[in-house]
Write a protein that binds this ligand. Structure first.
Ligand SMILES: Nc1ncnc2c1ncn2[C@@H]1O[C@H](COP(=O)(O)OP(=O)(O)OP(=O)(O)O)[C@@H](O)[C@H]1O
Length: 259
């Protein structure tokens, strides 16, 4: 079930370096929120803080709150592994497990998460996830073949199927189309449009046309200068950000004057 997220005063560090300063935002359920901004402004760092992946980097830490439907993901005692089950992630480069079959790639998370599951039940979830990722028709006759044998766009949809198989509430996507050709990009964008009916989706993208095409809300991040932390300049409904943003720097960025 798609969840509402309230981020409050998030500061994100790598050791003593503060990469992201004081971000607060509302992330709406059943909608796509795009994060845009120049290189190094902390978009990916911020995205990884939303499912507690940031802390996997040695000496990395986060201050502030990420409240998902009243539950602070950073509350004491909250298990980060449990958080990552509810907040799934799709990365820039398709990263299927190379030696695993298409089927096993989708089943991998389920096998980790669930106690015993009947084969027929597993088959159903694998099919449902591949259908959900718009890939079933292309792979249903090669489920036992290696996932690495698929095209780049198919591999990325396989990774999305793997992410949704465990039924997360939120899907984080870090530039999911940057390694893909235009046709595969189009397929992923179509897929996102369908997925948002059931998920809260946050996507980092360098491609402003993509943000404008797929997202309902857009957040613009910027950075004061080298060594300075990234900050959220503004977030609003996407048409508003791309037509009448509140800040000059947003207008300059989306019109291509920097970044
Ligand atoms: N593992 C790390 N250790 C130390 N600093 C890091 C690490 N990863 C990122 N940073 C720094 O944190 C800042 C934000 O980086 P981040 O990758 O989040 O930016 P970004 O906006 O996603 O950039 P891009 O658009 O180029 O992917 C940068 O100054 C970067 O050098």
């Amino acid at each position: 079930m798609a969840k509402h997220i309230e981020v409050r005063d998030l500061n994100i560090y790598y050791g003593s370096f503060r990469a992201v300063r004081d971000v607060s935002m509302t992330i709406h359920p059943c909608a796509i929120t795009a994060l845009i901004g120049p290189s190094g402004c902390g978009k990916s760092t911020y995205l990884r803080a939303l499912n507690r992946m940031h802390e996997l980097v040695p000496a990395a830490r986060v201050e502030g709150e990420v409240v998902m439907d009243d539950q602070d993901l950073y509350a004491p005692g909250m298990d980060p592994v449990e958080v990552r089950k509810h907040v799934g992630m799709v990365f820039q480069r398709p990263n299927p497990f190379p030696t695993m079959s298409v089927y096993d790639n989708v089943a991998a998370g389920l096998r980790l998460n669930h106690r015993r599951m009947r084969k027929s039940e597993m088959d159903d979830i694998v099919e449902e996830s591949l259908r959900g990722a718009n890939l079933w028709e292309e792979v249903k006759d090669r489920l036992d073949k290696p996932g690495s044998g698929l095209s780049g766009g198919q591999q990325q949809r396989l990774c999305i199927a793997r992410a949704i198989a465990v039924k997360p509430d939120v899907l984080l996507m870090d530039e999911p189309c940057s390694a893909l050709d235009p046709i595969s990009t189009h397929a992923i964008e179509d897929l996102m449009a369908g997925l948002k009916e059931n998920y809260t989706i946050v996507i980092v993208t360098h491609n402003m046309q993509q943000a404008a095409r797929v997202s309902n809300y857009t957040g613009f991040f910027n950075i004061g200068g080298t060594g300075e932390p990234g900050e959220l300049v503004e977030i609003d409904e996407t048409p508003k950000i791309f037509s009448t943003p509140a800040h000059t720097s947003t207008e300059e960025y989306i019109s291509g004057r920097f970044g």
